[in-house]
Design a protein around this ligand. Structure first.
Ligand SMILES: [Zn+2]
Length: 128
C-alpha cells in the first residue's frame, strides 16, 4: 500500500509530499518520508546529505553481506565503523585518498563526484 505523507528536507527544512510504500510504523514512515524529501529536494545541502547516505550504504555493502557473497571475509561492526570514519575524511576532502587493510583485503576510498568511490580487493597471497 502506498501513502502520501509530508517529508522534511534535512538540508533546508522545506517540506514536500512524498509517497511511502508500506510504512511499517509511524516513526519509520516519517523517517522514510524525510529521507525521500531530502533526496527529492535538490538543494546544495540535500545533495551532500544524500551523497553521504549513499556512501554509508556502499560501506555497509562492501563490509557486510555483499562482501561475503563475493567471497570476502566478514568485517565486524567496530571495523565497519572505522571504515565509515575514514570514508568521512575522504568525503569531506580532508584526506585525498585512503586505503585500509583488513580481513585479508584492501579497501580503497577515493573522491568521486560529490561523494567517494569505495572498492575492496582481496590480498590473498600464497608462497613465501
Ligand atoms: Zn533542501
Amino acid at each position: 500500500m502506498m501513502q502520501m505523507i509530508e517529508g522534511i528536507c534535512a538540508g533546508c527544512g522545506q517540506s514536500q509530499l512524498v509517497s511511502v510504500v508500506d510504512p511499517i510504523g509511524t516513526n519509520d514512515a516519517a523517517q522514510r518520508a524525510n529521507e525521500l524529501a531530502t533526496k527529492k529536494c535538490g538543494c546544495e545541502e540535500s545533495k551532500k546529505i544524500t551523497a553521504w547516505i549513499t556512501t554509508l550504504e556502499v560501506v555497509h555493502r562492501v563490509c557486510g553481506p555483499e562482501g561475503e557473497n563475493a567471497g570476502f571475509e566478514k568485517i565486524d561492526l567496530d571495523a565497519e565503523t572505522g571504515v565509515e570514519e575514514v570514508a568521512r575524511l575522504v568525503f569531506d576532502r580532508t584526506v585525498d585518498k585512503a586505503q585500509i587493510e583488513l580481513a585479508k583485503s584492501v579497501i580503497t576510498i577515493k573522491p568521486k563526484g560529490d561523494g567517494v568511490s569505495i572498492t575492496r580487493k582481496s590480498t590473498l597471497e600464497i608462497g613465501e
